[in-house]
Design a protein around this ligand. Sequence first.
Ligand code: SAH
Length: 347
Amino acid sequence: MEKIDIKSLDYQELVAEVEKIGEKSFRGKQIYEWLHQKAVMNFDEMTNLSKVLREKLKDNFYIARIQMLEKLDSKDGCTTKFLFALQDGSVIESVLMKYKHGNSVCISSQVGCRMGCNFCASTLGGLERNLSVSEMLGQIYAIQNMKGERVSNVVVMGTGEPLDNYDNLVKFIRMLTDEHGYNISQRNITVSTCGLVEKIYKLAKEKLQITLAISLHAPNDEVRKTLMPVANKYSIEEIMDACKEYYKITGRRISFEYSLVKGVNDSGEFAKELGNLLRRKNCHVNLIPVNPIKERNYRDSDTNFVKNFKLILEEFGINVTIRREMGRDIDAACGQLRKRYMDSSKI
Ligand code: SAH
């Protein structure tokens, strides 16, 4: 009999499985708390269960292993990047950012990515596989165990396209915000997508209170196509319609990410075009000076271009922030650390 990945079972499923092996339902609650509140990594730590039950659990289930390979602290004092090995040997990365208001963890949703954005290191080797629910949760729990501090915010902005792993993503969000488990507020979760339109409509219907971030990176389809292959499939107009629906159903303001690439999308003209596109929409724009990767020639915009871009958007009444360039010294751009690790282990 194949063992079940116990940390991917939601509360109801776990209780049902525990009953199936002849145990009372309250045992399910206890086990769920061990896994998702106390974040234990093996059954023997579940000390309020009898040894016999723990053995029975070991016979029927397994706790997906996630093992830290590398931990890099940035000189900025608030960013730490982690490289993890999964049960099957796949390697993923996650980032911890410490802010005044709490600890934020950026998690990966896939091993690799198939979206092919030109400036992104995560996509260079293509997609290997989706992450399971337990592997997404595991990144947060492993970091909290290591730091001994609770994680208050989660951003799904690491390697992978979260909406390309839709079912696991939604289950992950529901489990992370379940009061029986880790119990993070949905409002403290952000999911970033390159804009898979059908999935945005589907996500809207889930009626979650999470923040949706759209990687726009260009004010028109022509420029967007030079940066993101997905722009050949969905137009900006279609994305905007989907965002409108998302806002209508959830009441959540959309965030747009715009990575500024020198000479490609950072001129004042493009800022005006973006301003016209987003004016009077209830949204937020996050400007990110592109983090250059060695495989591509893209450069980040000069500081005065970044400031000018922001000013122009503000003239349109748009809410803009410039993302702090945290952790550049530790390969904090999507997929850079993993890429470096994979390259070096091939030698
Ligand atoms: N696939 C999702 C989430 C992962 S990437 C998405 O596309 O949104 C998270 C954000 O970082 C995206 O906006 C992505 O376009 C951006 N990004 C990736 N590599 C980058 C780099 N080298 N410099 C700046 N931003 C980058």
